[in-house]
Design a protein around this ligand. Structure first.
Ligand code: S5P
Length: 471
C-alpha cells in the first residue's frame, strides 16, 4: 500500500477530528509556547520560547498531531519516516503507527561500540524517507541530519515541520531543493492566540515587530561553515566559482585596486593575482578605460584564476541601473563576474542584473556615521535572501549562513583615514564576524611592496579562517 493511499484512508475516517486551531489551543495549554524575554541558545533575544516536547506526554494530542503531519504530506510519496532527534522522535513514531509506514531512528551520536551506525532500523538503499522536525529556525540542524541520512543512500524529498519560527530555515531548505511542509508558522500562532484572547494586543505588536526585524540566528563564529560546505548551498555559478577559488587558492582575499590608470591596474593584477580570489575595481575612476584594458585584465584573471568584481554600487531605478550595467563605455555586464549594488530601489531593481553576474548588495558601510543602521541592514538581508542573483552582502556584522559576507575596511596597520573610513584587522573581521571575504584596498595597492602585502593579507585571512573552523 502506498503512503498516499494510507494517508487518504486516515483522513476519510476522521471527519470529526479537531481542527488545526483547536489543536493549537489545546497544545498551548501544555505550555509549549511561552512569552516574555528569552535568550536563545544562539545568543539572540526572543520574545517567545517554543518547546514542543510536552506534546509527547499527551497521547491524544500527539496522535492528532501525527494525523495533521501526515495530512500535509498527502501529495508526497515515501517509504520511511525519520524524526530529527530528540523532540521529533515521538512525533515520527506516532506518524508511523498511524500510517503503518516504517520508522527509522537517527542517532544523535554514533554508538562507541559495535556497528557505529547512525541510522537504526530496517531500510535499504534508494528508499525515500520523509524527515520530521518539531521547530525550524535556521535549518542548520536539519541539514546536518539530511547529510547523515543521505550518506546511507536514502532519498529525502520531503520534510515536515510542526512550527516555523520564520527565521530563514524554510528558504534555505527550499533553495537546496527540498519540499518543506509546515503545519504552523509563528505569525499564525500569534494570531490564533490573540483571536482567542490569550495574547494581549501589546504583546502581539511586540512579537510582530520582532518578526518584521527578521532577527537572524547568529552563527557563533566558531560554528561557521567551511567554504566547501557553503559551496553545497550556493546556487549561483559565479558564487560557486568564488568559493571554489577560495578553496583552491587557500585565500579569502579580494584586492580592491583603486588606482586610476589601466596600466597600473594591470601591473598590480599581475603582482597580486596569485594571492586573491577576486580583483575589485571602480572602473569609473580609470582615466583611460578601454575595451582593450578589459580584455587584458580578463586574460590575467584567467591565467591567475581570480574573478572580476566591479564595485559600481548601483542605486537607481531598475531601468537606469540596467542601462548603467549594460551600456556606456564600461559595458559592465560583458565582463564582471560580480557587482555591488545598493538595494535602496527595492527588489525589482535588482532583477535587471540578470542571472550571469552575481550581485553583492550593500547592507552596511564601513565609514563613520554611515546611515546603514540595523533596521536598514535587516531589510537588505531579507531582500538578499529573496533575490536569486544576490549571493551576499557587504556588511560589518554577521549575516545568515546562506549569504556570503564581504567585509571592506580591512587594514593591518591603520585604524582609519581622514575621510571617514574605519579599518579592522583580518583576524578581527574573520573571527568576530565570520566574514567570508576580506576586501583590502590601500593596505595592498598603496603599500611599498604590493605583492608582499597581498601575501601577508592572504596568510592572515586564511589562518584566521582555519583557526575558526578548528584546524
Ligand atoms: O562599506 C564599504 C563598502 C565598500 S565596497 N566600505 C568600503 O570601503 N568599500 C570599498 O572597499 C571602497 O569603495 C574601497 O574600494 C574598498 C576599501 O578600500 P580601502 O583602501 O579603504 O581598504
Amino acid at each position: 500500500m502506498t503512503a498516499l493511499f494510507v494517508i487518504f484512508a486516515i483522513f476519510a475516517q476522521t471527519s470529526t477530528r479537531m481542527n488545526k486551531e483547536q489543536f493549537l489551543l489545546k497544545a498551548c495549554r501544555l505550555g509549549i509556547i511561552k512569552f516574555g524575554n528569552f535568550t536563545l541558545k544562539s545568543g539572540i533575544p526572543s520574545p517567545f520560547y517554543i518547546d514542543l516536547r510536552p506534546l509527547a506526554s499527551s497521547p491524544e494530542l500527539l496522535k492528532e498531531l501525527s494525523k495533521f503531519l501526515l495530512n500535509s504530506l498527502q501529495d508526497s510519496d515515501f517509504e520511511l519516516i525519520c524524526g530529527v532527534p530528540y523532540a521529533a522522535l515521538p512525533m515520527a513514531t506516532a506518524m508511523s503507527l498511524e500510517s503503518g509506514i516504517p520508522l527509522i531512528i537517527k542517532r544523535k551520536e554514533a554508538k562507541g561500540y559495535g556497528t557505529k551506525k547512525m541510522l537504526e532500523g530496517i531500510f535499504h538503499e534508494g528508499q525515500t524517507c520523509v524527515l520530521v522536525e518539531d521547530v525550524i529556525t535556521s535549518g542548520k540542524s536539519l541539514i546536518e541530519t539530511i547529510d547523515e541520512i543521505e550518506k546511507e543512500h536514502l532519498k529525502i524529498n520531503d520534510i515536515v515541520v510542526v512550527l516555523d519560527r520564520e527565521q530563514g530555515g524554510v528558504a534555505l531548505l527550499k533553495n537546496k531543493g527540498y519540499k518543506v511542509h509546515t503545519l504552523f508558522n509563528i505569525s499564525e500562532v500569534i494570531d490564533i492566540l490573540h483571536k482567542h484572547g490569550q495574547l494581549a494586543q501589546e504583546e502581539v505588536l511586540r512579537i510582530k515587530n520582532f518578526l518584521a526585524e527578521k532577527p537572524e540566528v547568529k552563527v557563533s563564529p566558531e560554528k561557521r561553515l567551511k567554504y566547501e560546505e557553503k559551496l553545497a548551498f550556493q546556487q549561483h555559478c559565479a558564487g560557486k566559482k568564488l568559493l571554489k577559488t577560495a578553496v583552491q587558492k587557500k585565500s579569502n582575499l579580494i584586492a580592491s585596486i583603486d588606482v586610476t590608470t589601466s596600466e597600473k591596474i594591470l601591473e598590480l593584477a599581475e603582482e597580486v593575482g596569485d594571492n586573491v580570489v577576486a580583483v575589485k575595481l571602480h572602473t569609473d575612476i580609470i582615466s583611460d578605460f578601454s575595451d582593450d584594458f578589459i580584455s587584458k585584465l580578463k586574460k590575467i584573471a584567467e591565467k591567475k584564476n581570480f574573478l572580476l568584481f566591479e564595485d559600481r554600487k548601483f542605486a537607481d531605478i531598475g531601468n537606469t541601473q540596467q542601462l548603467q550595467f549594460e551600456k556606456g563605455i564600461y559595458k559592465i555586464s560583458s565582463w564582471a563576474d560580480l557587482i555591488t549594488s545598493h538595494a535602496i530601489a527595492g527588489e525589482e531593481s535588482l532583477k535587471v542584473f540578470g542571472e550571469k553576474t552575481a550581485v553583492v548588495i550593500i547592507a552596511e558601510m564601513s565609514s563613520k556615521g554611515a546611515l546603514t543602521d540595523e533596521h536598514y541592514k535587516n531589510q537588505v538581508v531579507a531582500l538578499a535572501k529573496k533575490s536569486e542573483n544576490v549571493i551576499g552582502c557587504v556588511a560589518q556584522s554577521q549575516l545568515p549562513e546562506n549569504l556570503l559576507l564581504f567585509t571592506p575596511g580591512v587594514n593591518l596597520t591603520s585604524a582609519g583615514d581622514a575621510k571617514g573610513q574605519q579599518f579592522n584587522t583580518p583576524e578581527k573581521v574573520i573571527t568576530e564576524l565570520a566574514t567570508d571575504f576580506i576586501i583590502v584596498g590601500r593596505g595592498i595597492y598603496a603599500s611599498a611592496d604590493p605583492k608582499a602585502s597581498a601575501e601577508k593579507y592572504q596568510k592572515a585571512g586564511w589562518e584566521a579562517y582555519l583557526c575558526l573552523i578548528g584546524k
